[in-house]
Design a binder for this molecule. Structure first.
Ligand code: NAI
Length: 417
């Protein structure tokens, strides 16, 4: 088997951690049991470009149980857990092409290694696999359909569909309610704080934390930072989201002002250049910058490099930049996803739902692919409902059922009183 990982001898450690995650993924376990009996993915080649974590391992093992042949590459050069990659290769026979800290060329070579296997289904987190297919492989083989895990990837794919260049249907897994309401909010909320604390060991209590972007991820990050005693400021460009943040009790102001008072800055916008030179120019000595948006473009790292007269790595995921006036600014994880670089990404409990959506999305594409157009689709709401029910069940939580009278009342317009 062809693969490229850091060190196969790390497999035993990876195996234990994958099992630990599996304990907290009861919905995916159920889907695995079902896939294992029915083999709905029999003989299908899947190319997956996802963060190589313990949770992803459980997803690809599930796909393999369903009969698929899976090839895995990383969706970020810093997020790979090398022990997990080793275990997938050694214990599960799944070819993985990913090494934590790989350079950009290797990152894309690994994506090409997966595409050269001619997958029939692509799975993305950030759309790098699918965009490389469109650039370099579209004339070599056809793809039935794809799935996309995150907001930034969905934005890229919608833009391809609008311009008429998307070559096959893609399911926006991110847009499932059981994905973004939980993964983006509670997953990113907790794991971003986790990454920052593991990298720095700062006390959040009493800090002024500036969160840029009050979307699903930003809400989660702000909520958790406040919960730990931070004074939270939100920056936004969307008036509705900004108003929501105000009414949720946060201070809201432009970055131009926030940059002067923040101790810790966290970007989660999915946009570029949110923190720029002119902001860094006004920051306090000791300000910490972290990003949890998908790409490393939210903080102008190049600008920071240009402004600094000295730079040193002061802790594993902390670079200290000394500005000419003596102020020091700290950048975490090189401005890349802090939760996946300095910590382990989202907890398994929440990825359980995201990856159950992924597994069912693959089955859906195989069944419905020929009837779908070259567009971005959301999963049918029944799948969301099924996942939510299974999750509640696994938590031992029961809910009410509509009575026939309630059903009729909710579906009629005649009954006013
Ligand atoms: P969203 O679309 O719900 O929220 C983004 C928010 O940022 C919007 O409210 C938008 O108005 C705001 N925004 C855009 N430009 C801005 C600017 N210049 N200044 C301030 N606010 C600005 O998106 P979501 O789901 O919250 O995702 C955000 C990013 O996080 C994406 O890149 C997504 O792919 C990524 N993501 C990261 C995860 C992680 O593990 N770290 C997990 C899930 C998503």
């Amino acid at each position: 088997m062809n693969f490229d990982i850091k060190d196969p001898s790390l497999a035993p450690e990876g195996k234990k951690r994958i099992e630990w995650a599996e304990r907290n993924m009861p919905v995916l376990r159920k889907i695995r049991e079902d896939f294992s009996k029915r083999k709905p993915l029999k003989g299908v080649k899947i190319g997956a470009c996802l963060h190589v974590t313990t949770e992803t391992a459980n997803l690809v093992i599930t796909l393999k149980e369903g009969g698929a042949e899976v090839f895995l590459t990383a969706s970020n050069p810093l997020s790979t857990q090398d022990d997990v990659a080793a275990c997938l290769v050694k214990d599960y026979g799944i070819p993985v092409f990913a090494i934590k800290g790989e350079d950009e060329k290797t990152y894309y070579d690994h994506i090409r290694a997966v595409l050269s296997r001619k997958p029939q289904i692509t799975m993305d987190d950030g759309a790098d696999l699918i965009s490389t297919y469109h650039r370099e492989y579209k004339n070599e083989f056809e793809v039935i359909g794809g799935t996309e895990e995150t907001t930034t990837g969905v934005i890229r794919l919608r833009s391809m569909a609008e311009k008429g260049v998307l070559l096959y249907p893609v399911i926006a897994v991110n847009d499932a309610a059981t994905k973004h309401l939980f993964d983006n909010r509670y997953g990113t909320g907790q794991s971003t704080i986790d990454g920052i604390l593991r990298a720095t060991n700062v006390l959040l209590s009493g800090m002024v934390v500036v969160v840029s972007g009050y979307g699903w991820c930003g809400r989660g990050v702000a909520m958790r930072a406040r919960g730990m005693g931070a004074r939270v400021i939100i920056t936004e460009v969307d008036p509705v989201k900004a108003l929501e943040a105000v009414m949720d009790g946060y201070e809201v102001m432009p970055m131009e002002k926030a940059c002067e008072i923040g101790d810790l800055f966290i970007t989660v916008t999915g946009n570029r250049d949110v923190i720029r030179k002119e902001h860094i120019e006004k920051m306090k000595d000791g300000a910490i910058l972290a990003n949890s948006g998908h790409f490393d473009v939210e903080i102008d790292v190049k600008g920071l490099e240009e402004m600094a007269k000295e730079k040193r790595k002061i802790r594993k995921f902390v670079d200290e930049y000394k500005l000419p006036d003596g102020r020091k600014i700290y950048l975490l994880a090189e401005g890349r996803l802090v939760n996946l670089s300095a910590a382990e990404g989202h907890p398994a409990c929440v990825m359980d739902m995201s990856f159950s959506n992924q597994a069912l999305a693959v089955e859906y594409i195989l069944r419905e692919g020929k009837n779908l157009e070259k567009k971005v689709y959301i999963l049918p709401p029944e799948i969301d409902e099924r996942i939510a029910r299974l999750k509640l069940e696994s938590m031992g939580i029961e809910i009410d059922k509509l009575t026939p009278e309630q059903l009729e009342y909710l579906s009629s317009w005649e009954l006013g009183t």
